[in-house]
Design a protein around this ligand. Structure first.
Ligand code: NAP
Ligand code: MG
Length: 479
């Protein structure tokens, strides 16, 4: 195969106006944290980006107190129409600073700039616009007449879509009239801190949103804080379980968005060209660091060889490298810990007898990288068919009949998403009906829209984000 040569096309970092050190954003201002500061690095070259404050228990307490004051004095008293104005303002500022946010996100997270620029940041703006529109229409959301906010929301988010997960959490909470304390992930705090500047620019009343950085202990202190009314968490099933225990019996509302091991089902009558692109997007988008990734490909036996062969040739054209280069398809793995986990599970896949193939790409010397990888001859009992790898690794299984496809797809402790590829509309409906997954895509994958609810069954969590359903999680008696 011949490769086209591409000249480097890096997005300039000059648009960033980063500080050397970031404090905690509490009560509308940056202030020092009393925990031990930490560094955030670029996973593409392991270089230091900035020093980040860590919130101690006392800082968490101060942030929750600020959110409570803002709730009592301003936000819960403000009309929906006025809350909406702030949300519209935030949405417009996100658009204005879109390039800067995209560069910061790719730098801190390792995702390709074309994804942060064309997917993450536009969706962030879309989420704020969408919920801005709801703020003065809560009476018409079908959630009861005059629905009431819950109070202070404590929110904890992961590193895979740092700014987008922040938007999913903050936009509905504020639209519904709650105030917020949010903790970004330790490895990706940067875009949240730029977002704090946007909140200042938007003149959001102090304390309505507080952004506290730190590690797991900070998140734990936040969700356990007695003056938090609502806990919203996105992350691993293990931590989600711990949080559910901590919150049980406290009277706090809880929504959990956890892991997944989605089946992407390709029937023999599927439009193959589109299916190949959909499979690639399903598992290699964002280096596979996607909770709803189509990590289990279920392909009908009759087309297995053709699909695998075409996948390999397509993957051989993907470019892995500098996340800030506009030609990059596969960026860096977010952290060394995540890389170790991907390596370990892939090794287990080989040891258990699956056949491994990795795309032939040059791996940069520094930073954290993993070539797009496919496992064939995977059995349903293999760890790589059961455990969430959260990396660019696809496990291919086969089926003969629709019934077998459904049974295999549902054979997982998770239930977040699924994909169906077929030419027949009736088959899409019949199969979708029997899949136990919160989101099901037909002849597409990994599509997101603020009007569409997202969330899981079983170990993928409970509650929905997005759409009218996403408001219910932040209103009394509605969830
Ligand atoms: P994680 O370890 O559960 O971390 C998620 C967040 O929780 C981070 O901010 C983390 O802080 C914090 N945290 C860690 N321990 C905590 C504790 N004991 N109490 C409270 N907070 C705590 O998950 P991750 O490895 O970052 O993210 C990957 C997982 O998230 C995957 O399983 C993925 O499927 C899931 N995910 C789900 C969705 C969804 O919508 N369903 C979306 C994205 C990701 P630190 O960063 O400092 O550790
Ligand atoms: Mg980082």
């Amino acid at each position: 195969m011949s490769f086209l040569e591409y000249a480097p096309a890096p997005e300039s970092r000059a648009i960033l106006n980063l500080r050397d050190e970031y404090g905690l954003f509490i009560d509308g201002e940056f202030r020092a944290g009393s925990g031990e500061s930490f560094a955030t690095i670029s996973p593409a070259d392991e270089k230091h980006i900035a020093t980040i404050a860590a919130a101690s228990e006392a800082d968490v307490d101060a942030a929750v107190a600020a959110a409570r004051r803002a709730y009592d004095k301003t936000w819960s008293k403000m009309s929906g129409r006025d809350r909406g104005k702030y949300l519209f303002r935030i949405a417009r500022l996100v658009q204005e600073r879109a390039r800067e946010l995209a560069v910061a996100e790719s730098l801190d997270n390792g995702k390709p700039i074309k994804e942060s620029r064309d997917v993450d940041v536009p969706l962030v703006a879309a989420w704020f616009f969408y919920y801005a529109g709801w703020a003065d229409k809560l009476d018409y959301a079908g959630l009861g007449a005059d629905p009431r906010s819950l109070g202070v929301a404590g929110q904890v988010i992961p590193w895979n879509f740092p700014l987008l997960m922040l938007a999913w959490k903050i936009a509905p909470a504020l639209a519904a009239g709650n105030t917020v304390v949010i903790k970004p992930a330790e490895t990706t705090p940067l875009s949240a801190l730029i977002f704090a500047e946007i909140l200042q620019q938007a003149d959001l009343p102090p304390g309505v949103v507080n952004i506290i950085t730190g590690a797991g202990a900070t998140g734990s202190a936040l969700v356990r804080h007695p003056d938090v009314n609502k806990v919203a968490f996105t992350g691993s099933t293990g931590v989600g379980r711990e949080i559910a225990k901590a919150v049980a019996g406290s009277g706090k509302s809880l929504t959990l968005e956890l892991g997944g091991k989605a089946a992407n089902i390709v029937f023999e009558d599927a439009p193959i060209d589109q299916a190949i692109e959909g499979i690639v997007n399903g598992i290699f988008f964002n280096q596979g660091h996607v909770c709803c990734a189509g990590s289990r490909l279920l392909v009908q036996e009759s087309i297995h060889d053709e699909v695998v062969e075409r996948l390999k040739s397509r993957l051989s054209t993907l470019r892995l490298g500098d996340p800030l280069d506009k030609n990059t398809d596969i960026g860096a793995i977010n952290s060394r810990a995540q890389l170790d986990r991907i390596r370990e599970l892939s090794q287990i896949g080989e040891d258990e007898g699956a056949e491994r193939w990795s795309a032939p790409c040059v791996i940069p010397e520094n930073g954290f990288w993993f070539a797009p990888t496919i496992f064939t001859n995977v059995q349903a009992s293999h760890r790589i068919a059961r455990d969430e790898i959260f990396g660019p690794v696809l496990s291919v299984l086969t089926f003969r009949t629709p019934g077998e496809a459904i049974e295999k797809a549902n054979n997982t402790p998770y239930g977040l998403s699924a994909g169906i590829w077929t030419d027949k509309g009736s088959r899409i409906l019949a199969v979708a009906d029997r899949l136990r997954a919160g989101v099901i895509w037909a002849n597409t994958f990994n599509r997101f829209d603020p009007a569409s609810p997202f969330g899981g069954y079983k170990e993928s969590g409970y509650g929905r984000e997005g759409g009218r359903h996403g408001l219910a999680a932040y209103l009394k008696g509605a969830a």
